[in-house]
Design a protein around this ligand. Structure first.
Ligand SMILES: [Zn+2]
Length: 105
């Protein structure tokens, strides 16, 4: 029976369960803050370690996590050859996986 549309009651319940923080605010509960673990304080940028597939030296670049998955074209800071950097943003925007390939230009 998955083809049935959700009832208004279940939609309301889903809306209320999405944002626990606003529920806390609604009922006057004091949210518990743990520095560094507040999901609303996501890092906007993070440093990705790039390993050049041409010269195998590594360096770090800043990645804007708010952009989501992305593909960057860079010149290696060591050998100046082209890199294609594939970034997959994971963990709801708090982390990323980086894959580097040779770019042909
Ligand atoms: Zn290089």
């Amino acid at each position: 029976m998955r083809s049935q549309p959700p009832s208004p009651g279940s939609l309301l319940a889903a809306a209320l369960s999405v944002d626990a923080a606003s529920v806390d605010a609604l009922y006057g509960l004091e949210p518990v803050f743990e520095p560094g673990s507040d999901p609303r304080q996501r890092p906007l940028t993070d440093w990705a370690k790039i390993e050049c597939p041409h010269c195998w030296q590594s360096y770090e670049i800043a990645i804007d996590l708010t952009l989501g998955d992305q593909q960057l074209l860079e010149d290696c800071q060591h050998c100046c050859r082209g890199l294609a950097i594939f970034v997959a943003v994971v963990d709801d925007g708090r982390a990323m996986q980086v894959h580097t390939e040779k770019a042909f230009d």
